[in-house]
Design a protein around this ligand. Structure first.
Ligand code: BGC
Length: 750
């Protein structure tokens, strides 16, 4: 049962939540778990999305300052193919009317499909058992397939099926929540519709970006029937009439194509694919889902014994990550994946710091792709740096789809310069894990140099060393400060690695590398500047407290009055003006604590411990990106019970809707954080320059955990229970790694 998420509730109040929990996707296409029979009167966020498919929307400003972005991108809700209404006679089968028994909605994580099954009696007493199934194929990225089985119990007679392909769609808007879009809901206009002998095609175009999306849809039934198709109210409506005399099966294939990937002639591509796909039965499609997921989980799964709820949570999170992650150069992974419209489908630093590590240690090809996406947007980042007034370097956007800055609120976006160091940090991690020289030479180095240049440009020297003023760290409850510890230490590392990258590539790839140096006009004088700034980087430290202050002003602010802040005033950002928040010592999320995780060798363990204890008391964890980091660092300082508590929170955050906004989509960074809390937290794994280092511990609440990582072309399995720890080299050459601070030679069959 730890491979299935089961819901027995068909309560209207849970619908929005379940739409996110039961969303399906493959990294390209995503469909929320809406009900096939639901109509517009119902409170729902009916959604289908393509990763990286957007419209440009104007950002309205009352007072627009210099360099504010003029447009944003918005992931659009696409043509809806989900509707499949089944009528017994003229009575609609719906969970909102009639009698529903044995209701079960099951997300099968192993087989990659969703099923909804119930015993239904209409108000006039017609009884059937109905099963709706659906999948978004990992093998055929355009395909969203549905199947409905109707089994008669006491009713034998006319049955009618209404299947829709609806172009009248819009995005969800919530004016009261800054984390959800506030306007621009209708951006997709029907471009053309065509009816073929056995399928329908609808194409729409976005208002501004002029991107096109095409859907080919076919609904069929395994019974003698009459079918009529009409186009009305911006939708195709197919009406199929038949007789329910034994079990009948209805199948609907929906194929989605966009002009970013497939260019001009979407229709030809759709028809060619459909010729192949229509021969495949739903069960065959499930079989290929299973084989894809088997391969994925054989690398990524984390097994936990002694707590089924947490095991389910881990697998649920890993499943949604693979469903959300972009697998081509046009896409990345949005803060909510493809499960909802929160944050408008934008990509953030969430990718590099929270989700990338999952793939880095399991499927490096996907990790590489995430970095390649950034590389392809480097020119936009260069342009943005100029807009921000920097003579050199590249400034990556805080939130984006195509690569330009989409945020209108610079204190919590453009000011978060750390995103540049975060991207470089991931490139370095990728290099250390894969030794992929080719990537470093052709893509990674350019980003590392350009971001290093940015830090040189924004910093300046004072007596205490190299200072960086006027930035915002990860914690969004503190903005535009001087010397944010996180930013400075990450910039230091970025600069240090710019020098190192220069040396590595000069030595190994002199000739080819010279070309890059020429292209970037990067001289040894600049490299010397990088070295000097890195060496002299000022890192705030408070001797009396033995902590790293979050920034120069943090400790001088009065603490937030937590004792008089009622539960219903969280998250603070929805209940207090940001200026009030900024003036206090209060953190939305891990900031210095996160820096201590990413770069632990910069600092003594006593400072790490004291800082953890200090920041824990002032952190609200209003951001879902926080608990996982506190879990990792609690483990680091030996607070095992706390580590477990924070971990439990991450593992079940969406399943238990603890942030109360899962309806807007799943918290992808936290889902990556669950993996990190075990691998980096419980097992204490770190990727050091010398080699891999681990220090496994286990909370008393679980019996054992195990996982496998992919490190420098080796598969290494780590198993830990209350009594022992076992390391196994499953494939690849022997290697020296660090275990609990000591070197150990890991050989096969040890
Ligand atoms: C967090 C950011 C994060 C964003 C998207 C915000 O609430 O504070 O750190 O990048 O959500 O997940």
């Amino acid at each position: 049962m730890t491979w299935k998420i089961v819901s027995n509730q068909h309560d209207k109040k849970r619908l929005l939540l379940e739409e996110s929990l039961f969303a399906l996707g493959n990294g390209y296409l995503g469909v929320r778990g809406n009900l096939e029979e639901a109509s517009n009167e119902l409170c729902q966020i009916r959604g289908t999305y393509i990763n990286g498919f957007y419209d440009d929307v104007e950002i309205p400003y009352a007072e627009k300052g210099y360099g504010y972005p003029e447009t944003s991108q918005k992931m659009l809700n696409l043509i809806d193919a989900q509707t499949l209404k089944i009528f017994l006679g003229e009575e609609l089968i719906t969970i909102f009317n009639g009698d529903v028994k044995d209701y079960q909605r099951i997300l099968n994580i192993k087989k990659g499909y969703l099923a909804r099954r119930f015993h239904y009696t209409t108000p006039l007493g017609k009884e059937v058992v109905i099963t709706f199934k659906r999948l978004v194929s990992f093998t055929y990225q355009s395909l969203f397939c549905q199947e409905v089985e109707v089994k008669p119990l006491n009713y034998f007679g006319p049955i009618k099926i209404i299947s829709e392909l609806n172009g009248d769609v819009e995005n969800y808007v919530d004016k009261s929540d800054p984390r959800v879009a506030q306007g621009h809901s209708k951006r997709l206009l029907i471009n053309c519709q065509r009816q073929f002998a056995d399928f329908e095609v609808l194409e729409s175009i976005t208002e501004q970006s002029k991107l096109r999306v095409l859907v080919l849809s076919q609904t069929s039934i395994d019974h003698k029937h009459q079918k009529q198709v009409k186009f009305t109210d911006k939708r195709f409506i197919s009406e199929i009439r038949s007789t329910l005399d034994q079990k009948i099966t209805i199948t609907k294939y929906n194929l989605y194509y966009d002009s970013i990937r497939y260019g001009v002639n979407l229709l030809n591509k759709a028809i060619a694919d459909f010729k192949i796909i229509k021969k495949l039965k739903f069960n065959q499609l499930i079989a290929s889902q299973e084989s894809y997921l088997n391969d994925y989980f054989s690398l990524c799964d984390i097994k936990i014994t002694g707590n089924a709820d947490l095991q389910i949570g881990i697998r649920f999170n890993l499943f949604h990550i693979i469903q959300g992650v972009g697998k081509d150069q046009f896409s990345n992974i949005a803060a909510k994946g493809l499960s909802g419209e929160g944050y408008e489908g934008h990509y953030f630093w969430d990718t590099e710091i929270f989700i990338f590590p999952v793939f880095l240690l399991t499927k490096p090809d996907l990790a590489r792709n995430l970095l390649l996406y950034r590389y392809h947007t480097l020119d936009y980042a260069r342009k943005r740096a100029r807009e921000l007034g920097h003579k050199k370097g590249a400034a990556f956007p805080w939130r984006t789809i195509k690569g330009t800055e989409c945020s209108s609120f610079f204190p919590a976006s453009s000011a978060q310069y750390h995103i540049n160091a975060d991207i470089s940090y991931s490139i370095i991690q990728y290099y250390l894990v894969t030794k992929d020289d080719d990537f470093l030479l052709n893509y990674g180095a350019e980003i590392i140099f350009e971001t290093a240049r940015l830090f040189i440009d924004i910093g300046h020297y004072l007596e205490n060393g190299f200072n960086i003023y006027g930035v915002t760290g990860p914690d969004e409850y503190t903005a535009i400060v001087n010397n944010n510890y996180y930013t400075n230490v990450m910039a230091k590392y970025n600069l240090h690695w710019a020098v190192k990258t220069y040396q590595i590539l000069l030595e190994k790839h002199g000739k080819k590398f010279t070309k890059l140096l020429e292209k970037l006009e990067l001289t040894s004088t600049e490299i010397a500047e990088f070295k000097k700034a890195s060496k002299n980087m000022y890192l705030p430290y408070d001797k009396a407290l033995d902590i790293n202050p979050q920034d120069d002003s943090f400790l001088g602010k009065p603490p937030w009055d937590f004792a008089n802040t009622p539960e219903n005033k969280y998250p603070l950002l929805l209940n207090y003006h940001l200026l009030t928040i900024y003036r206090h010592q209060v953190c939305k999320q891990a900031d210095t604590v996160l820096a201590h995780f990413l770069l632990e060798d910069e600092i003594d363990i006593s400072t790490i411990r004291n800082s953890y204890n200090y920041y824990e008391t002032v952190t609200t964890h209003d951001s879902s990106l926080s608990s996982c980091i506190f879990s990792i660092m609690a483990m680091k300082i030996g607070e095992i019970d706390k580590a477990y508590e924070y971990f439990s929170e991450t593992a079940r955050m969406d399943l238990d809707n603890t942030h109360k906004n899962t309806k807007d989509g799943l918290h992808m960074a936290n889902m990556g954080g669950t993996y990190m809390a075990i691998v980096y937290g419980f097992a204490g794994l770190r990727i050091k320059e010398a080699t891999l280092s681990i220090a496994p511990k286990i909370p008393k609440q679980i019996e054992s955990y195990s996982f496998t990582i992919n490190y420098q072309k080796r598969l290494i399995k780590i198993f830990k229970n209350q009594a022992t720890c076992k390391l196994e080299l499953l494939s690849g050459e022997e290697i020296k790694i660090i275990v609990d601070g000591k070197y150990l030679l890991l050989k096969k069959n040890q």
